[in-house]
Ligand binder design. Sequence first.
Ligand code: PLP
Length: 417
Amino acid sequence: MKLESSDPVVAQIIAKERVRQQNTLEMIASENHASEAVMEAQGSVMTNKYAEGYPGRRYYSGCEHYDEVENLAIKRLCELFGCKYANVQPHSGANANFAVQFALFNPGDKFAAIELSNGGHLTHGSAVNVSGKWLTPVTYRLVQDESRSDWGYLDFDSVEAVMKEHRPKVIMCGYSAYPREIDFKKFREIADRYNAILWADIAHIAGLCAGGAHMNPFPHCHVVTSTTHKTLRGPRGGIIMTDDEELSKAFNKAVFPGSQGGPLMHVIAAKAVAFGEALRPEFKTYSAQVVRNAKRLASELSGKGYKLASRGTDNHLILIDLRPVDADLTGKTAALWLEQVGIIANMNTVPNESRSPMQTSGVRLGTPALTTRGLLESDIAEVAGIIDMTLRSKGEATKLAEAGQRVRAVCERFPMH
Ligand SMILES: *Cc1c(COP(=O)(O)O)cnc(C)c1O
């Protein structure tokens, strides 16, 4: 029975969510709009089966089509990133990272990662995450000195220094709020000097790497983890990749039976669809446009007086510091005003943050979802104008209403598929 007749209550909630997405501009840097094909695969009969184990080595009968789809997902993913081995079973980016940590470390082991406040992720050693409770993160940071031209860029001297002092067995790179290109080759040179494993978590930039708009982590990194739902535009999920056969075996064991049960085979089918989409030439065009749109957003907003972390962007996101425009405006209030006009974004700490992570002085904005809807640079300039109007509104109802009208006009021009 169709959802609409069997459960009209849930059907209506989903319908309202579709309308919300159509009527707002999604600028959370980690979000996107998956294709209808991806959603169709995810909403299929593939949800019905237990397929614990791996293709050809399942614990249950009746898995021939699951083997087929998982092998296809692995093959496409390896082709996409030019690597030899992949595990497509992690339920999320956090689960992928946990499995890698479970495979590589003993409790208490050290690993190098960026300071969380400099753009890292909870799974990279935060005190409230298992990675920080059971392991020992030693941290590097971004260039802090604003008189330097590379202010806000990765500070490779601090990476070298932390390796020299602590000799951790792993270096993690890859971030959640870093607007610049990551030089995997340079990281590898440092890793080799200290005989360390180089691990890139490309959760945010995977789609840019796949589409050729960012340096590929292979062949430089020993381990690569990612989400599949951010710039890669697939279903919500995680992946692990490597060129090393021994490591791949350890990761497979760490995913199942190490930390997960039955794989989400409907999601794996949808991952295969998304990887297929990312292999097409259109995806190259998409990822290049994501970056062009973010660069335009950066130049428009810095032209209007906002201070941007690292003074701009090379990828899909920017981090704006509101203080030069309005010293009293917190990131929390800014995100609230933006939501009122129909622009969805999140507050974020900024370099030299003076407020708590619950208030912040900044907002993070990304272009992956808007680019999927078809916005080009000139449309992004209009969006930047609306953002500026909103942030300078002092919360005045008439100004917010006018900004809201302008958002609605943009939304109407770019229907969601
Ligand atoms: C989003 C993100 C993750 C976690 O992904 P989930 O699917 O939310 O668990 C891990 N690492 C980085 C760098 C991320 O940005």
